[in-house]
Write a protein that binds this ligand. Structure first.
Ligand code: SIN
Length: 483
């Protein structure tokens, strides 16, 4: 039974035009650790989404007129309330998503940081004056909020992927309609409750939860009153949504899948490389788009690295996210577990060696053993696909050119990690990797102050940093005559 300090943060209705609204049917939200029903939630549909878009469109007229400083003050209150309620928001997240409580509270704080950052950044979005081409004219540009933003957010970061979109959108003067994943709506609704308490006006922030993602998604991608659409999720779904946006020429930003290489050169600090490798591979049970997906180790240090990695993996505590010391929670659902089984079966059939793990965990349900595989070849599915689970694979390499080519040999281009003490190589490899985020001698990079965005089929646009707000504005060029 989920216990919150403030029970009123457990909401079960849609939030449209400043009102909590029921729907004709409901669906259950379950805990992936034990299958228990946490809440029964309004099953919003296309009509609810349409109402939310109209409300957001009406509210845009007044929200955009507020000064950046006025919007900033409200957002700041929202940020403070999120931090004050971080324990409850973390508990809700662990219950519906499965990640360990400390990791969930960490995500809540990370999520809040986007609201704080954009509450400040919106005061610094400037236009430009352009030297004139005629003495009776003056030329300048200024920025205006783009309009209503449709957002679809994923289950793996039920809080931070909402604030990373809604924070800059609201700060810029846009209004939003958000559809969180049906697996994790409770974190989204609790955020909304706090937004209401912070004084975000009716219609400015709307949330529609529902199981019929395709119907809700169609409204968000095709409605004429939505100016910009933003999505975080798989590349496959992103392509579909992007195509749907074409009919109304919406501005689109996408945070999609990844296939992150993790390269260990022979001069690397191996202990540090191993501990960062485990952190990036097993964060959120391997279910992030920036999780290490392919580990490449120089053949001179490969055996030593693998031994150390095996030892670290063996020490990872797999448990219900509410249990003290849990590091690996359950996977999100049955399909995710089945995918791990299928990837492993394919790899074993093609010659992979299981060093540790290799099957569902004795705890049952969504729990999976943290796994390490060797003898990987390019024919295996997990050498090419985004694994999105707790399976680590190690391959060997001989030269820098060879490993950089391998790291780039993917349709994805999100995060890439490498370890070396050679400064020249740090710069060379950084420049040669075709990935939007490059991390040397560390596996940690997520922060609100820097851009997060993928190259190639990993996405369009960036979230975080100054880049994360610019897409929520249009630039207007004014040519002023009669001077
Ligand atoms: C993601 O994997 O989608 C987000 C990870 C992060 O922000 O660190």
């Amino acid at each position: 039974m989920l216990k919150l300090k403030d029970a009123s943060l457990l909401k079960s209705e849609n939030y449209i035009d400043g009102r909590w609204t029921t729907a004709a049917t409901k669906f259950d939200v379950t805990n992936p650790a034990n299958g228990e029903v946490i809440a029964s939630v309004a099953n919003g549909d296309a009509q609810d989404t349409e109402k939310a878009v109209l409300a957001a469109h009406a509210a845009f007229k007044t929200w955009r007129k507020k000064t950046a400083k006025e919007r900033s003050a409200v957002l700041r209150k929202w940020h403070d309330l999120i931090l004050e309620n971080a324990d409850d928001l973390g508990a809700l997240m662990t219950a519906e998503q499965g990640k360990p409580l400390a990791e969930a509270v960490g995500e809540v704080k990370y999520g809040a940081s986007f609201i704080e950052y954009y509450a400040e950044e919106c005061k610094r979005v400037n236009g430009a004056t352009i030297p004139t081409v005629a003495n009776d004219r003056r030329l300048f540009t200024y920025k205006q909020a783009i309009g209503v933003v449709g957002c679809i957010t994923p289950w793996n970061f039920p809080n931070a992927m909402i604030t990373r979109k809604a924070g800059p959108a609201l700060a810029a003067g846009c209004t939003v309609v958000i559809k969180p994943d049906a697996g994790t709506p409770l974190s989204a609704l609790a955020l909304c409750e706090l937004a209401e308490r912070a004084g975000i006006p009716a219609g400015v922030l709307n949330i529609v939860v529902g199981e019929n993602s395709s119907a809700i998604g169609k409204v968000l991608t095709q409605h004429k009153d939505i100016a910009k659409f933003t999505f975080t999720g798989s590349t496959k779904v992103g392509k579909l949504l992007m195509a749907q946006c074409a009919s109304t020429v919406k501005k689109v930003s996408l945070e999609l899948g990844g296939n992150a290489p993790f390269i260990v050169f022979d001069d690397a600090d191996l202990d540090s490389a191993v501990s960062h490798c485990v952190a990036t591979k097993f964060r959120n049970c391997g279910q992030t788009c920036v999780c290490t997906n392919r580990i490449f180790v120089h053949s001179k240090v490969a055996n030593l690295f693998t031994e150390k990695l095996k030892k670290e993996i063996a020490g990872l505590k797999v448990a219900d996210g509410f249990e003290e010391g849990a590091v690996i929670g359950p996977m999100i659902n049955k399909q995710a577990v089945e995918k791990m089984d299928a990837l492993l079966a394919d790899a074993k059939e093609k010659g992979a060696e299981v060093v540790i793990g290799g099957k569902q965990h004795e705890l049952g349900g969504g729990f999976y053993q943290p796994t390490l595989l060797l003898n990987i070849n390019d024919d295996m599915r997990l050498a090419n696909e985004e694994i999105f689970g707790p399976i680590a694979t190690v391959q060997h390499f001989e030269t820098e050119d060879e490993v950089v080519a391998k790291a780039n040999d993917t349709e994805y281009g999100l995060a890439a990690y490498f370890f070396t003490r050679d400064v020249g190589r740090v710069m060379r490899v950084s420049e040669n990797l075709e990935h939007g985020i490059v991390c040397s001698n560390s596996g940690v990079f997520s922060t609100e102050v820097a851009p997060f965005g993928g190259w190639k089929q990993s996405g369009i646009g960036s979230e975080g940093g100054h880049e994360g707000i610019v897409d929520f504005y249009e630039t207007k060029f004014h040519s002023m005559g009669g001077i």
